[in-house]
Design a protein around this ligand. Sequence first.
Ligand code: HEM
Length: 758
Amino acid sequence: MVDKPGEFAAAAVSKAAEAVEKAAKMVEGMKRSVPGAPSSRPPSLEEPTEPREPLPPKKDQSSPETRTPTGAETRAARDALGQQGEWLTTSQGVRLYETDHSLKAGERGPTLLQDHHLREKVMHFDHERIPERVVHARGAGAHGSFIGYGNADDVCKAAFLRKDVETPVFVRFSTVVGSRGSADTVRDTRGFATKFYTEEGTYDLVGNNIPVFFIQDGIKFPDIVHAAKPHPDREIPQAQSAHDTFWDFVSLHTEAQHHTMWNMSDRGIPRSYRTMEGFGVHTFRLSNSDGATTLVKFHWKPKLGVHSITWEEAQMLSGVDPDFHRRDLYDAIEAGAHPQWELGIQTFPDVPEQTFEGIDLLDPTKLVPEELAPVQPLGLLTLDANPTNFFAESEQVAFHAGHLVPGIDVTDDPLLHARLFSYLDTQLTRLGGPNFSQIPINRPHAPVNDMLRDGFMQQGVHSGVAPYRPNSLDGGCPFHAGTDSAFVEAPVTVPAATKVRDAPASFDDHFSQVRMFWNSMSPVEQEHIINAYTFELAKCYEPVIRERQLQALANIDPGLCAKVAEGLGMPAPPADLKVASADPSPALSQLGQTWPLDGRMVAIVVDAEGDLSGVNDARTALFAAGIVPLVVAAHGGTVGDGIEVQRTFGTARSVEFDAVLIAGCPAPSPDALTARDAKSGADTNAALDPRVALLITEAWRHAKAIGAWGTGSDALTATGIDASDLGIVAAENGSDVVEALLVLMGAHRVWDRFATSA
Ligand code: HEM
């Protein structure tokens, strides 16, 4: 109890200090929650001088398990795969006292050939690059786990699908066409490749975010890829389909039309890897422990829903943040918003004709509507750790459609068969020899005894003298496994047939499912498709290519064709094919529900004169909702009482954010000069900083939710946006605004703000 005035004052001071400390900790905590720190420890201002062990990876990072090349557990810590000890050494572990100067004959003399350290350092540097993937070169990976629900037992005996079995996984998402350094947000298909390190060996599900493919036969893969890649003479355009060779091919080879329309839809420009569906595309054959078989198609269903960006956002992001999807994945995992997908299957009886409801299951340009065969969930994938080293993990990972485990087999899909040949073949060159399955990220978690020997970069030290079967010198090892535990091809009868280079007649229908996809889209999604075709075809130089593609569109839907033709200033041709009418499949539309918001980004525009305590409340409420708030202010550093600034008016751009909160009406700051920042208007006497005005109007144009309170409402007025407009929230304080904003964000966008011509 305090009974003297002096003690009272001291207690008050200490209480105040406590409160300040608490507030500082809160702010510090919030700061840490904004992902993107480059290192596991904040750096010192001065160059460190105390020798120390290498810093551990960041908390959100993991690396491959420390298995031997033959799959045995080593129990070594995962960071044992990285650099060791506090001293700089040669690759042989010999300590070095200096690496800043080469060995010379005198300070000004020539470099000496005997400098073995220089030679090693430069030799290794000279060979740091390996060939990028021939397709899917641009990507990003993450570690996680898969837990089976146990409801696959009737159809599949694979151990990793059993109830509560937890299997480590590594997933790599990618674009298809662009080079390794290309932008993430280009219009393209996305790869969704999952490596399950199961106890029965590694299983790879190498899929895409689009359930159909451009071609029916793998022999056409080089053709479609050559057509989609940059023109071979000038090597442009990079990572785009909006050019003559792509449209030349798909308009002639019309089986590509279905996949092409998916690419032209919002699916071609996902908001995030976390908000994509995944598809195995082909039909696979599962078998249960009694040997009974079922045909299936695999699906990944994202817990966060399927969402996209707009085309203008995609184009802007290619400049503002070409790493948008990579950053989003890493940041979300670092922020603890671990993305999840349910693996599911559509099942079909394994009948000799391999069709379902008239759909040829061996034709990879066709999907089976979920309304005809619902997706049945089999387990949950969670990605919870970023790679520790991009090259070692995301670049060196080698997926293969032929990495199968007992219970999962291929069908006779002619596209799949070419893939079964292609992946190992390409990896032989890409990874520099036949031993790439021994690279840490590719090492199985099951015992390996494969009788494969030697070769470049052999990591195993195999014992014994008899890597052949049968043998007696190695005691007969290794033995054949019983058919219970071994991979056994499903004993499917191949009908007697004549060798042909041909396809079944059922593969001839190239248009009915494209029409179904078009009919399944909401009006706003259809507008986006019209716009995408118009944009891409307008980028083609040759009018005949546009004309030919318009003919394909006429066969899909005359209304679609007319609108694209109008944009191109060309006549819309009549259909020249009779295409079956197609009922919509509502599951194909991305709209119409609400979804969780984990890992979304919200800008909070602050003004030193505005309501800063409301900013803290808004930040707290957003963090609590799993969202990352980024404070945008006139200058870097802090605003008010220690509110950390993440973006300045000069560095922020609306396309980074899913929604915008405005907590003030900042007047133009001193750097709002066109000479310094091209985003600035000339009017430095405006009521609102022109960069903030741009941020708000772009967010408006892209149908994002916008919230304002206090003088933030004046900022809205300054941009001509009315507080009663669609998707605008104006309230008394930051917390109330956030509450209403979250509801709007659940629908991803304020869809009704987009005008449609329908
Ligand atoms: C349904 C059809 C297909 C799907 C879903 C698909 C999916 C994928 C994915 C996701 C990757 C990236 C893997 C990674 O992240 O490392 C990939 C890479 C690749 N795909 Fe496919 N692909 C398909 C068809 C084909 C076909 C028909 C071929 C060849 C005939 C092919 C050849 C390749 C090659 C060579 C790579 C690069 C692999 C590497 O360098 O590691 N793909 N594919």
